[in-house]
Ligand binder design. Structure first.
Ligand SMILES: Cc1ncc(COP(=O)(O)O)c(C=O)c1O
Length: 429
């Protein structure tokens, strides 16, 4: 088999040390089969890339390498895209991140900021997380920091890893780094999966906390998989990316699903400082996950990001996402005022207003004797509203309300429906 050429077998048998921690840790933890995948030289993409260049320069050149039926419904032909994503979009994502998170002239990152080589497009952050876990989680303990998105455990387990919840915050919502370090050492955790701004609470870490987390990761040679799907949706302070604190050991997974409200387009990205990781290993993994991300979704996002990057270049805030953020803030304000009026408390770090993201986590009023699951069941039984029980995210006694899926009008109506549910529960107790 062509993939088992001699340099390939040498690679997979020896214990290789890569200078870059990201490659070194991934290579150490990944199963043998994945080592073969990332060190193979797949023939078809190489032919396609070369053929594309020749065809562009030689009109008589005929391509028969493409696996697609051509000419029957010409207006409906949508070709496979490259496994790493459309080049134009990769470049735009790199530029957007460089501007938005100030990644130029930062130690450990390319001096001009991120380029397409630092970005691989994936089918949503979900696929990005699954791929990252296949590289880092096999037979390893992966630290999850509460509160965590409910899919994380399944994604880690599917990759042969073992999720371990590491309590990041103490009772006062501060981080006791000594304690966190002890838990990580005791449980032999080799990577951390973090998510800020957080789903469900909207919590973020301060710059100092991010710096200390990066120091800790360096000391313990941890990899950080940083889920930053809500990164630009911030209501307080400047947005930060973990990439600028620990570039040599951070894999950022993000997506257009939340920030541009296009989850059905299935466009996400894996971003890293190490080009071989994003430009070679990840696309090789994508080939056996989804072949390539959704080409139509990528075109939609490329159109959006062209305008956003232009705004950044002209020293303006990116208009589309700023508009989205403004609307989300208004909805969030409405939601919070309703919840406070009904004696719910915010259950995350922020007691007044969430730092970011698109949902609120609210603690049930003290006199409500139902647990979170029962309250949601009751609200649905009465056909008043739905919500996600906080226990799904590791926050019992709370409910998560996603205001991005509700218009301002709906949120206003929600006030009455919530009151009806509370009245009904109180009447019975
Ligand atoms: C924290 C977090 N990460 C990832 C995702 C999935 O994003 P995508 O639609 O890009 O797969 C979600 C969706 O709810 C999420 O809340």
């Amino acid at each position: 088999m062509s993939d088992k050429n001699s340099s390939q077998s040498k690679l997979s048998k020896g214990t290789i040390e890569f200078k870059a921690p990201l490659l070194d840790r991934a290579w150490t933890y990944m199963p043998e089969g994945i080592r073969q995948t990332v060190s193979s030289e797949p023939i078809i993409p190489a032919i396609a890339a070369k053929a594309k260049v020749i065809a562009a320069q030689n009109p008589d050149f005929i391509r028969s390498d493409q696996g697609q039926i051509v000419g029957i419904f010409p207006e409906k032909e949508i070709y496979y895209g490259p496994s790493s994503g459309l080049e134009e979009l990769r470049e735009l994502v790199g530029q957007f991140w460089t501007f938005a998170y100030r990644l130029k002239n930062k130690e450990g990152l390319p001096s001009n900021g991120l380029s397409k080589k630092n970005v691989a497009i994936v089918s949503g952050a979900t696929e990005g997380l699954a791929i990252a876990m296949h590289l880092f989680a096999f037979n390893q303990n992966v630290g999850l920091m509460p509160l965590y998105w409910s899919n994380y455990k399944g994604i880690i387990l599917n990759a042969g890893g073992n999720p371990i919840v590491v309590k990041l915050f103490n009772k006062n919502y501060n981080i006791d780094f000594k304690n966190v370090e002890q838990i990580i050492r005791k449980n032999k955790i080799t990577s951390l999966l973090i998510n800020f701004p957080n789903n469900p609470s909207g919590d973020v870490l301060t710059e100092e906390e991010l710096r200390k987390l990066a120091d800790l990761a360096r000391r313990l040679n941890l990899i950080i998989i940083s889920d930053e799907v809500y990164n630009f949706i911030r209501y307080k302070g400047e947005p930060q990316s973990m990439l600028s604190f620990a570039p040599e050991r951070t894999v950022v997974v993000s997506s257009a699903s939340k920030e541009y409200l296009i989850p059905g387009a299935r466009v996400g990205y894996i971003i890293a400082a190490e080009e071989m990781f994003t430009n070679s290993w990840i696309p090789k993994m994508i080939r056996s996950f989804s072949s390539s991300p959704n080409v139509l979704g990528q075109r939609i996002l490329a159109d959006i990001l062209k305008d956003e990057v232009k705004d950044f270049e002209e020293d303006r805030s990116p208009r589309i996402i700023s508009e989205i953020k403004k609307e989300l803030r208004t909805r969030c304000e409405l939601m919070i005022s309703i919840l406070k009026e009904k004696e719910f408390e915010l259950a995350g770090r922020d007691k007044d207003f969430p730092s970011g993201a698109i949902s609120v986590l609210a603690r049930l009023p003290k006199d409500i004797k139902l647990d979170d699951k029962a309250l949601v069941e009751k609200a649905m039984e009465l056909k008043k509203f739905s919500a996600v029980p906080g226990s799904v995210f590791g926050a019992p006694g709370c409910i998560r309300l996603g205001y991005a899926g509700m218009t301002q009008e709906t949120i206003k109506k929600f006030s009455k429906n919530l009151q009806d549910v509370l009245d009904s529960i109180r009447k019975k107790s």
